[in-house]
Design a protein around this ligand. Structure first.
Ligand SMILES: Nc1ncnc2c1ncn2[C@@H]1O[C@H](COP(=O)(O)OP(=O)(O)OP(=O)(O)O)[C@@H](O)[C@H]1O
Length: 303
C-alpha cells in the first residue's frame, strides 16, 4: 500500500473571530500510528476535519501525498475519517451504510468487514437510528478498519464501546496495521488504554501544537523513581515532580525533565529503581492550566 506523507504548515482555522487552530506546523512521514492528544476544546477535531477534507483552513497549507485535501476527490477516497458521533444517516440500515462505505473507499475489504461485523454482532437490518451508542461506535470502527484507507483517522471513535469491545478494537487495529501497514491517526482521552499503540504523539493545547515526538523519546522526558522514601526525597529535591505515590514504605515519584547522568548514578547508588514516565502523567503535566509557562512548554517540545 502506498504511504501518503502529511505536511501541515502554519495552519490556522478560525470559527468567526475565534482561532481554534493557531499556526500549527508538523510533518508526518506516514505508515505509522500517530496519537493526537489534547484537552477538551484544544482543537483535535478541528485539525482532523481539515485533514479529512471536511473543512477548509483559514490560513496555511495542508498536503496529503503532496496535494491539498479540500474538495480533492482523489485524496478524499484515500482518507477515512471516523468520528465518535458517527456521521451516518439515521434512516439508513446498517447494511446500507456498509454498502455506501464500500463504494466510497477503493481499498474496501469486504471479507474483513464481514469478520468485524461478526466480531461486533452488528445487526445488518437495523436502522442506524435504532442502534445503541456502542453499536454505532462499532459500526464506525468497522468502517474505518475495513476501508483500508491509506490514511485512517479515528476521532474518539470507540468511546461508546464497552471495555471488551474497545480492547477488541485495539487488537484488530494492531493486527491489521501489521498485515497492511498504513497511516492511523487516533485522537483519544483514554491515554492509558490506547497510549501503547502510538509510535508518535502530537499534543495540542489551546489550538497550538506543543509537542510532536516519538513516544519513546517523549517518555524519556521524564522518569519514575522508586525506593525508600528518604532516598527518593533526597534525589528528587529541586526536580519538577509530576506525581507521587506511597506503597507501604516504598515511595514512587514521577519527575519531569531528563535525569542527568550524575542523578542516575546517584539514584542507583542509593538503591533506587528508575523507570520511564507514563504518557498520561506527561500529558496531564504539559497541558495543565497553571502548569508550564508557554516558554517552558516550547522548551520541552524542542528535541
Ligand atoms: N463549528 C464551530 N463553531 C464555532 N466554534 C467551534 C466549532 N467547532 C469547534 N469550535 C470551537 O473550537 C475549539 C476546538 O474545538 P474542537 O472540537 O476542535 O476541540 P477538541 O480538541 O476536538 O475537543 P474535545 O476533546 O472536547 O472533543 C473549541 O473552543 C470549540 O468550542
Amino acid at each position: 500500500m502506498m504511504t501518503l506523507g502529511i505536511e501541515v504548515n502554519n495552519l490556522q482555522l478560525k470559527y468567526g473571530s475565534f482561532a481554534a487552530i493557531k499556526n500549527v506546523t508538523f510533518s508526518l512521514a506516514g505508515g505509522r500510528i500517530y496519537g493526537l492528544l489534547g484537552r477538551n476544546g484544544s482543537g483535535k477535531t478541528s485539525l482532523l476535519s481539515i485533514l479529512a477534507s471536511y473543512r477548509e483552513q483559514t490560513n496555511g497549507q495542508v498536503t496529503i501525498g503532496g496535494e491539498a485535501p479540500f474538495e480533492n476527490a482523489k485524496i478524499m477516497e484515500q482518507v477515512c475519517f471516523i468520528q465518535e458521533s458517527g456521521s451516518f444517516s439515521d434512516s439508513s440500515s446498517v447494511s446500507d451504510v456498509l454498502r455506501l462505505s464500500a463504494s466510497c473507499w477503493p481499498n474496501w475489504d469486504s471479507e474483513y468487514a464481514a469478520h468485524l461485523i461478526a466480531l461486533y454482532d452488528l445487526p445488518l437490518k437495523k436502522l442506524v437510528s435504532a442502534l445503541s451508542r456502542g453499536m454505532k461506535s462499532a459500526l464506525g470502527v468497522t468502517i474505518g478498519l475495513a476501508s483500508r484507507a491509506p490514511v485512517t483517522i479515528f476521532d474518539e471513535a470507540y468511546l461508546g464501546m464497552d471495555a471488551p469491545s474497545r480492547y477488541a478494537f485495539y487488537d484488530e487495529l494492531l493486527k491489521d496495521y501489521m498485515e497492511t501497514p498504513r497511516t492511523f491517526i487516533i485522537s483519544t482521552h483514554l491515554i492509558e488504554e490506547v497510549g501503547s499503540l502510538f509510535e508518535e504523539v502530537l499534543i495540542l493545547d489551546q489550538g497550538r501544537l506543543i509537542m510532536h515526538e516519538e513516544t519513546d523519546v517523549l517518555k524519556s522526558r521524564g522518569a519514575s523513581i522508586t525506593g525508600s522514601e528518604q532516598a527518593v526525597d533526597q534525589i528528587t529535591e529541586g526536580l519538577t515532580i509530576l506525581g507521587q505515590q506511597m506503597l507501604g514504605r516504598t515511595k514512587s515519584v514521577t519527575v519531569f525533565g531528563e535525569l542527568t547522568e550524575e542523578h542516575r548514578k546517584h539514584a542507583l547508588a542509593l538503591g533506587l529503581e528508575l523507570g520511564p514516565v507514563s504518557l498520561q502523567d506527561l500529558f496531564v503535566h504539559l497541558t495543565k492550566k497553571e502548569g508550564l509557562s508557554n516558554e517552558q512548554k516550547e522548551k520541552a517540545s524542542r528535541p
